[in-house]
Write a new protein. Structure first.
Length: 78
């Protein structure tokens, strides 16, 4: 069984949440156009000036997503 990987994009500033939400649209469009499977795409507000957009995928697809989308960081998803 493959591990799940959470690819993360960080957004800071007064418009961080809106930017993260908009970035999720692009992540979804990319996955659909390229016919790449994913588990979850969402955003999370961590403070008034810091939000993230994230994509959870199987480790087997990590290189494809990472090389094409250039996430800021990644971690093993729970």
């Amino acid at each position: 069984m493959s591990r799940k990987i959470k690819l993360i994009w960080d957004f800071r500033g007064p418009n961080a949440q809106k930017t993260a939400e908009h970035h999720c649209l692009h992540l979804s469009e990319f996955s659909t156009l390229e016919k790449l499977p994913f588990h979850e795409i969402d955003s999370q507000k961590l403070s008034d000036f810091y939000s993230i957009a994230y994509l959870i995928i199987d480790e087997t697809n990590m290189l494809t997503f990472r090389d094409a989308l250039k996430p800021h960081r990644g971690e093993v998803a729970p």
